[in-house]
Ligand binder design. Structure first.
Ligand code: HEC
Ligand code: HEC
Length: 679
């Protein structure tokens, strides 16, 4: 009660000074920042009041859970209290997620342990929050563990109190609120639509509606200004909210909803209408580099992604000359110790820069590194961490890792630099690509530059104009009805969207896209459907030594997956249909593995034959290889004086860049020559 009174006083106080901040000339009057912005401060007060009702709902849930433990309340009654509390959470989610992200993760994050690996120190944060409680309550057992629920909720209330204190102690400005809004709209279009935080109870479309209501209430303090300064844009936003709400009211059962329509016709237009209001309301959007640009209305828009947001500081601008140099280097076997392998030996351009072989033998006999299947390089740059175990953050470092890795190229970038620098033409090429002036003292060819050039080329391999994308941007004919249905299966019954997040369909978590999830599926060593053995590769566990990380792998992006067979970190499955069979059986748990830490729900996914066909059609609609060259535009000169480089070895490397199969969609015909390959 004390809290509520304080909050209401704040509402009244702020409302009294919430005059129009515009001056007569239309510019915004700059108030002292510590006061926050008048309109946003009303929102803060509203959210504070709603935190109190959330706390009250959690209190009610605790009492129901305790009564259930004592045998005096049914499981259904406890679930109802849970549903009510989640509704309260959804109303404040848009601001709490943006304002106190760590607490938000504790309140409603995935039910996985969160392990931050820093040098020598690995705090493991046990999962907590709504999703954990959901798991406790939606059990197959006749009774839930009421005591465990009560204990869990008690922790949540402590976290909530921290959120409240932070929100009381700080102020809110327009830009922060607006950013919270655009992130909330991206969150519902990706996580919300895919049921990320309601994977068991499957109430996400109902909750998505509530989340939108929370946001709509949260921006209501802007209504008066908007009606005055941008009446049409405000009406459009209002109408988009109404239409989306009505669509969700009709179509809130995940198993039957038309997810593509919800996304393309409602959630994305709504986000665009919201975005369009920032300028007329003179809201200053924070000037920051973000994976999906702050200038983009949604992460699904054309040109939304800023690949340099994942680049290290000081990465050179990706000019055409630099990208071409990187491409030439990636095709050159000069980088490997014995001249037998280029990047493209394994990352085969015509196969979406992946490899048809499940794995390859290492170049050094003593290698202990696990053998893995070669992943695609298309859109690989759009990730906060690389490799199946995410051991490396930047492409630049990844290049050095690969070249040095005995299982891959078993070389050394600095040696490679010395070798390359022996050729004056190569020196000139590096100097030009890096814009060296006449007086530059540093050597033109260095290990660091090799890494930077290859990374620049990899960043040029972003392709986000697949049929699926084109359909979302208005060309509805681009997506066949079967594929469109496949998207609904992917986001709905298949629950694929709970791990493979749109629009990149990998494990990088929206709406920030700065952190990626690991999952334990129980990928077997061999493609058998019973009595399976686990693959010996511990994945993330090899790095962290954490039991829960044993067999944990990065959720890979699924774009261009139609080109990149075989699948999984060990290439165990040859076709997409085999991958689906694995999921339908409930992953490792369904094929004879006993994995206490499997994060894939072990129950069978119910998919009909048509569902599976539709899913494959959808995955095939994620292909875009437009403008991809099979041979470099400007290859490096033939290698000279390379010890150990045999003609046969070069032929192997050359064979890695075959002409594209006639059926490979959109792969450009070879344009360059293969001079290095024929010597
Ligand atoms: C012998 C085959 C082979 C060669 C040669 C090779 N790679 Fe790879 N590449 C792989 C495999 C296998 C992985 C996955 C390793 C893992 O997950 O631990 C990988 C992973 C990657 C990744 C991470 C992709 C992701 O999504 O995590 C990038 C980027 C990459 N390679 C680029 C390169 C570059 C650049 C070169 C040349 C300098 C190169 N590779 C040479 C086999 C190869
Ligand atoms: C619990 C999280 C999770 C769910 C749910 C999930 N996936 Fe995956 N998916 C992963 C992970 C992790 C991998 C990588 C596994 C490995 O390398 O062993 C993966 C791999 C794949 C691959 C292979 C990609 C490649 O390039 O090798 C495909 C295809 C795929 N998933 C499709 C789907 C589909 C379709 C669904 C829904 C039926 C789905 N996934 C549901 C986490 C998930």
């Amino acid at each position: 009660m004390r809290r509520l009174t304080a909050t209401l006083a704040l509402v009244a106080g702020v409302a009294a000074c919430a005059s129009d901040p515009r001056r007569a000339d239309g510019t915004i009057a700059e108030g002292p920042r510590w006061r926050g912005d008048a309109r946003a401060e009303i929102t803060r007060a509203l959210v504070l009041a709603r935190l109190d009702t959330l706390d009250a709902a959690l209190d009610t849930l605790t009492r129901a859970a305790t009564a259930h433990a004592a045998g005096s309340a049914t499981l259904d009654a406890v679930r109802d209290r849970f549903i009510a509390a989640r509704g309260r959470w959804k109303l404040v989610e848009f601001l709490v997620e943006a304002y106190t992200p760590t607490s938000a993760r504790q309140l409603n994050g995935p039910p996985l342990p969160d392990i931050e690996v820093t040098e020598g120190h690995r705090p493991v944060r046990e999962p907590e929050g709504f999703q954990v409680v959901e798991g406790l309550l939606w059990t197959d057992a006749p009774r839930a563990d009421g005591r465990a629920v009560a204990a869990e909720v008690a922790t949540m209330r402590q976290t909530l109190e921290r959120v409240r204190q932070i929100l009381v102690a700080n102020v809110l400005v327009d830009g922060t609120l607006w950013d919270a809004g655009r992130q909330a709209l991206a969150r519902v279009a990706t996580l919300g639509l895919g049921g990320f935080d309601s994977a068991i109870a499957q109430r996400h479309l109902v909750e998505l509606r509530i989340a939108l209501r929370g946001l709509r209430d949260g921006i209501s303090p802007y209504a008066a200004d908007a009606r005055r300064h941008a009446p049409d844009a405000w009406r459009a936003l209002d109408a988009a909210f109404d239409r989306t709400d009505a669509a969700l009211a009709r179509d809130s059962i995940a198993a039957t909803a038309d997810h593509f329509a919800l996304l393309a016709d409602h959630l994305l237009p709504l986000a665009r209408a919201f975005h369009a209001l920032a300028a007329p309301l003179a809201i200053t959007i924070p000037a920051e580099r973000r994976p999906w640009r702050l200038t983009a209305a949604t992460p699904f828009d054309r040109d939304a992604w800023d690949v340099m947001a994942w680049a290290p500081q000081g990465a050179p601008a990706p000019t055409a000359a630099l990208v071409d140099l990187g491409e030439a280097l990636a095709h050159s076997p000069l980088l490997s110790r014995d001249g037998t392998r280029a990047c493209t030996t394994c990352h085969v351009p015509a196969l979406g820069f992946a490899d048809a072989r499940p794995t390859r033998a290492g170049l050094a006999p003593d290698t202990t590194a696990p053998r893995r299947n070669t992943p695609t390089l298309l859109n690989a740059a759009l990730q906060p961490a690389l490799f199946a175990d995410q051991r490396v953050a930047y492409l630049e470092d990844q290049v050095a890792d690969v070249i040095a890795n005995p299982a891959e190229m078993h070389g050394d970038v600095d040696h490679a630099a010395t070798r390359l620098a022996a050729d004056p033409a190569v020196r000139v090429r590096f100097a030009r690509a890096f814009g060296d002036g006449a007086s530059t003292a540093t050597p033109a060819v260095t290990g660091q530059r090799i890494r930077q050039a290859i990374a620049a080329w990899e960043r040029s391999l972003v392709r986000l104009e697949s049929p699926f994308d084109r359909a979302l941007r208005g060309d509805t004919a681009a997506l066949a009805p079967l594929a469109r249905r496949g998207f609904a299966v992917f986001m709905g019954t298949g629950k694929c969207g709970t791990c493979h997040f749109a629009p990149l369909f990998g494990g990088t978590l929206p709406p920030g896209y700065t952190k990626a999830e690991f999952e334990v599926l129980g990928t077997p060593a061999r493609p058998v459907w019973r009595g399976a053995r686990l693959d010996g590769d511990a994945g993330r566990g090899r790095l962290t030594g954490e039991a829960t990380h044993a067999g944990a792998f990065k959720t890979p992006g699924l774009r261009n997956v139609a080109l990149t067979a075989p699948y999984m970190h060990n290439g165990v499955y040859r076709t997409l249909d085999e991958v689906l069979e694995f999921y339908v059986r409930g992953g490792g748990a369904g094929i004879g593995l006993d994995l206490p830490h499997q994060t894939l729900p072990p129950d069978r996914v119910q998919l009909t034959a048509q569902d599976r066909q539709a899913l494959v059609a959808f995955l095939e609609a994620l292909t875009d290889t437009s403008g991809i060259r099979v041979v470099p535009r400007a290859p490096l000169p033939a290698p000279v004086n390379m010890a150990g480089a045999s003609a046969a070895a070069f032929r192997e490397a050359a064979a890695a860049s075959p002409r594209p199969p006639a059926s490979a969609p959109g792969v450009a015909a070879p344009t360059g020559s293969r001079r290095w390959a024929t010597r």
